[in-house]
Design a binder for this molecule. Structure first.
Ligand code: SAM
Length: 216
């Protein structure tokens, strides 16, 4: 898969990647990572985890990837075609304040996105999605309605999702991403957080809220 450190892209083979992640307790994927602040901070606060930040835009990744912690990796990848090297490895996935095709993929349950998430997730993997009103409005959705739409699409795609939680100024200000910080001081300091779990039998049956004992 294509990785980047500073301005330098390089191809990482599956074997090299396996060597890098060997011995870490958990692998966490931050999709649409932007400038990678979340990756850096999570890697520093969880030295026993290996954190991967992926974004389709290589320019975004330059600054934070230049001096990355040893337990972090930055990957140039489209969320709609995640690298097969990640298959079945991720104990956690975060998508913080997506826009563009990543946000549309969530709202429309684009099979390329949802099957990719299911593919890279370990059974029971923790999935956290944070959304903001401005991006949802650009995608044609009201803020709360958009958050519920993403919630429902997660269920349809085999993830047990809890109901969206409103994030206020404090939540945004303490969420370690650049976009969260921007929202915290902006005109509409609100976001919605959806926590979900990847279900073991994804792809084999379509779970419904009724047949799963997960509180929503
Ligand atoms: C608003 S920024 C949020 C960045 C970061 N997560 C944060 O909270 O600061 C949205 C990011 O999603 C990325 N993105 C949009 N569509 C994508 C896709 N299909 N695959 C990967 N990244 C995508 C953009 O390149 C951008 O960096």
């Amino acid at each position: 898969m294509e990785t980047i450190q500073g301005k330098k892209p390089f191809h990482l083979t599956k074997e090299e990647f396996s060597r890098q992640v060997a011995g870490y307790q958990n692998i966490w994927l931050d999709l649409g990572t932007g400038d990678g602040r979340f990756v850096r901070q999570t890697a520093e606060s969880h030295p026993d985890w290996f954190i991967i930040g992926a974004d389709a835009c290589r320019e975004n990744l330059r600054e934070h990837s230049r001096k990355k912690p040893a337990n972090a990796l930055f990957v140039i990848a489209n969320a709609l075609g995640l690298p097969p090297e990640l298959d079945g490895l991720c104990a956690g996935i975060s998508i913080n304040f997506p826009w563009g095709s990543l946000l549309r993929g969530l709202l429309e349950a684009d099979p390329a996105l949802m099957s990719g998430l299911a593919r890279v997730a370990l059974p029971g993997a923790e999935v956290t999605i944070r959304l903001n009103g401005g991006a949802l409005a650009e995608a044609g959705w009201g803020a709360e309605a958009g958050a519920w739409q993403a919630h429902d699409q997660l269920w349809q795609s085999g993830f047990s999702a809890r109901k969206p939680r409103l994030m206020g100024v404090h939540d945004l200000g303490t969420c370690p991403t650049t976009w969260a910080r921007r929202l915290a001081v902006g005109r509409d300091p609100r976001g919605w957080e959806i926590s979900a779990r990847a279900l073991p039998a994804q792809g084999l049956f379509a779970p419904t809220r009724a047949n799963l004992l997960v509180s929503t």
